[in-house]
Design a protein around this ligand. Structure first.
Ligand SMILES: Cc1cc2nc3c(=O)[nH]c(=O)nc-3n(C[C@H](O)[C@H](O)[C@H](O)COP(=O)(O)OP(=O)(O)OC[C@H]3O[C@@H](n4cnc5c(N)ncnc54)[C@H](O)[C@@H]3O)c2cc1C
Length: 432
């Protein structure tokens, strides 16, 4: 049974799928978004720390994050929703990227300059003055908190890069809902509680998807925005043979603690020196996450549906103890509080926004725990890519270049190719 014949099906109503649906709708396509969950943004988006920062290891990464920040700061204008409804909000707090060998400060600063991202270079005395309560000690490399060496004296002091325009979005799930609502106002249909169980093809062209209840949606374009389930969907589609970049789901935890008085409202702190990051949250809280230091076991999983959503005492103690080493006024409670989510990790922690060898089947996947911030722009990337490729452009041979409206930077979408070489120097952490 065919339920509808849209121009495009987007699989996944997370922040990425909702953004893609909005921009495809704006481009005049009839869109159906399918999600097996009962609400928009209930996948990995709901666990996101939603930090908006600009450091990545590539120019494309930095330029994308910087352009996307302009979409968050003009969120109502970006959405163009009619009527009044709750909107997610960007909180500008700034971000402090502490020095570490894992992210070379001089290279990051050079990328900021090229992309036009305002930044300041701070030395240790400035860090102390601007972040009261911080211990700017150099503890590299990160160590397990049970290791005596964790409490060893520092080997020097850190500086940092400060970007005043960074911050966070206060409600990532609501942000996804806002995008879906804007798409719906333009005619996009949302099918919740429906699982895509097959991808149909005729010869080398996608022809639609099939749902668990037997319904078929015929469409000439299908977008895989299935988050950590993206690899599984590609397997259903018989796609992936020409990918040089693999993806794997990784379970992660983000913890919540009470912010010491001098940290309430402060900037995001990315601390690869100790292996942690933190940001403030409404209500006087801090969210504390991890940066996958080599000394920690990584929780790779086969099936994202199997990931336990509850925080564990062990990881809570690890992450919060590291945060408390940096800000000694942070207390480490006995009971873990926080969330667990799943990253869709690409081999080089850079997303894949691309066509595939199956004509009409596109991917917005491999978001590697670092693409919430870019989602509104990713919608535009995919809509541009789909327009060009469906009109006959050879994106594999001559990658589409996207000119950013706000910053004027040009992003070569070949940077997000499924067939890019895995760079030897690519980031192997959530920093991307
Ligand atoms: C703990 C955590 C912290 C993070 N912190 C940050 C951060 O601070 N800053 C940042 O920029 N990024 C961060 N991220 C990353 C960011 O949140 C993700 O990159 C982004 O939310 C991914 O969105 P998505 O739409 O691709 O995936 P999801 O939100 O997972 O959406 C995919 C959807 O697809 C649906 N689906 C899957 N398979 C099927 C199927 N077969 N049929 C129907 N529906 C299907 C799922 O139900 C799901 O709703 C974090 C992620 C996590 C997990």
């Amino acid at each position: 049974m065919t339920v509808v014949r849209p121009d495009a099906v987007v699989v996944g109503a997370g922040v990425i799928g909702a953004a893609v649906a909005l921009e495809l709708s704006r481009a005049g396509r009839q869109v159906v978004v399918v999600d097996k969950a009962g609400a928009v943004g209930h996948g990995s988006t709901s666990a996101s720390s939603a930090i908006i920062r600009f450091n990545y290891s590539t120019f494309a990464g930095v330029a994308t994050a910087w352009e996307a920040q302009h979409l968050w700061t003009s969120w109502p204008d970006h959405l163009r929703l009619t009527g009044r409804r709750p909107l997610a909000a960007f909180r500008r707090t700034g971000a402090v990227l502490l020095d570490s060998p894992a992210v070379a400060p001089s290279e990051t600063a050079a990328l900021f300059e090229r992309a036009g991202v305002p930044y300041e270079r701070w030395d240790a005395p400035t860090l102390r003055g601007r972040l009261p309560g911080i211990d700017p000690g150099r503890y590299w490399p990160p160590k397990p908190v049970d290791d005596d060496a964790f409490f060893a004296d520092p080997s020097g002091e850190l500086g940092a890069l400060f970007t005043p325009d960074a911050g966070y979005v206060d409600d990532p799930q609501l942000a996804a809902q806002n995008l879906a609502d804007a798409a719906a106002e333009l005619g996009a249909r949302l099918l919740l509680h429906h699982t895509v169980v097959a991808v149909d093809r005729h010869a080398e062209r996608v022809t639609g998807v099939r749902l668990a209840d037997g319904a078929r949606i015929a469409a000439p374009v299908v977008v895989n925005a299935a988050g950590p389930w993206s690899g599984g969907l590609n397997r259903l589609a018989g796609v992936g043979g020409d990918f040089t970049i693999g993806v794997r789901p990784l379970r992660e935890e983000v913890h919540q603690v009470t912010a010491p008085e001098d940290r309430a409202g402060g900037p995001v702190v990315a601390d690869l020196d100790l292996g942690t990051y933190l940001r403030t949250a409404p209500g006087g809280h801090l969210l504390v996450g991890g940066t996958e230091p080599d000394c920690d076991p990584h929780e790779w999983i086969d099936d994202p549906d199997e990931a336990d959503p509850r925080p564990t005492a062990r990881r809570f103690r690890t992450q919060v103890t590291r945060a408390a080493r940096r800000f000694p006024a942070i207390r480490v409670p006995n009971r873990p509080l926080g969330v667990a989510g799943v990253y869709d990790v690409a081999d080089d922690w850079t997303p894949i926004y691309d066509r595939t060898a199956l004509d009409g089947y596109y991917v917005a996947m491999g978001t590697s725990g670092n693409q919430f911030k870019n989602a509104p722009l990713v919608g535009r990337f995919l809509a541009t890519l789909i327009d060009r490729v469906e009109a006959g452009h050879d994106h594999d041979g001559d990658p589409v270049r996207y000119r950013c409206d706000h910053t004027g930077n040009v992003v070569d979408l070949g940077a997000f190719s499924r067939r890019r070489p895995v760079r030897a120097d690519s980031a192997r952490t959530v920093m991307g």
